[in-house]
Design a protein around this ligand. Structure first.
Ligand code: COA
Length: 262
């Protein structure tokens, strides 16, 4: 296994977040949005590291995103962040551990960060296994510098640096009489978030002018910094999260409920 910089050959694997055997019409649209974000961000300084097995097959990847470009969940300076690091999704779902792929990707990220930054910061989650696991980063020498519930910022620094500050949602609902207002914060880095905004657009359109849809693209740094969130969904000011991508029927149910209360 080796870790290489992203080339066109591995773009699809990275854009579909490793789900290469699991593509359909909906994911094709998501991929186009995510791929455009990757390409635009690479021009500004994003690096993508890809783990490749001995047969040249991609088996994992990591994003190295300078914090100044705007990253998921935190703000700061002089740091590299990893908004996304993953092995092939089936390996993750099967809870396989100890492949060495995560460690190799992190080594490549840190080498990249050492060129221009004072350390690497990661927003991770103190859960039993899924989603940017805190225990993995801790094992690799990262230290907790901020926490809210099970959301943790960890840091490994080789020079003195201020730790990043965790985002705190800044959102104020503005009602419109007789209408359902749907406020969606989404980020083009994340397939789940892209899928969600696509479904929200589709479902809101079914209700015509009874629904007002306000979209906030948190891939735009000013919007991210102002609202301090990368993904959130509100129906008439009420927060709703399914964890996974919002299901169409669930969206309809929330809109119907809000319509009866408007
Ligand atoms: C985190 C991840 C890369 C680790 O994969 P891995 O194959 O275990 O990687 P490594 O073997 O290099 O891990 C290094 C060490 O950390 C340990 N480790 C990995 N995951 C761990 C966890 N959740 N808890 C505790 N230790 C963990 C490994 O067992 C290994 O220990 P060892 O050195 O004693 O063998 C993988 O589980 C993954 O991709 N998870 C999903 C991440 C995610 O949320 N991606 C989506 C982002 S948008």
């Amino acid at each position: 296994m080796e870790v290489v910089d992203l080339t066109y050959e591995y773009m699809n694997f990275v854009s579909v977040c490793t789900h290469i055997d699991d593509q359909n019409e909906e994911t094709d649209k998501i991929v186009r949005v995510r791929e455009a974000w990757i390409k635009e961000s690479m021009v500004k300084g994003l690096k993508v590291k890809v783990a490749v097995d001995d047969n040249g097959k991609p088996i994992g990847f990591a994003h190295c995103l300078p914090i100044e470009l705007g990253t998921w969940g935190m703000s700061g300076k002089d740091l590299m962040t990893i908004p996304c690091l993953t092995r092939q999704y089936k390996r993750v779902y099967n809870r396989e551990q100890g492949s060495g792929v995560g460690r190799a990707l992190m080594k490549a990220v840190e080498a990249e960060a050492k060129k221009t930054k004072k350390g690497v910061a990661v927003l991770c989650y103190d859960n039993d296994f899924w989603f940017m696991p805190y225990a993995f980063f801790k094992k690799l020498g990262y230290k907790e510098v901020a926490r809210q519930g099970n959301t943790v910022i960890v840091l490994k620094a080789w020079e003195k640096v201020d730790p990043p500050v965790m985002h705190k949602l800044n959102y104020k609902f503005k009602p419109t009489k007789g209408k359902v207002v749907v406020d969606v914060f989404w980020h083009p880095i994340c397939s789940t978030s892209i899928c969600e905004i696509q479904r929200v657009r589709e479902v809101c359109a079914e209700y015509g002018d009874r629904v007002i849809l306000n979209e906030y693209n948190c891939g735009v740094k000013d919007i991210l910094e102002k609202h301090q969130t990368s993904r959130a969904l509100f129906f008439n000011g009420k927060y709703k999260c399914w964890g996974y991508e919002a299901p169409r029927d669930g969206l309809r149910k929330e809109i119907e409920k809000a319509l009866t209360q408007s």
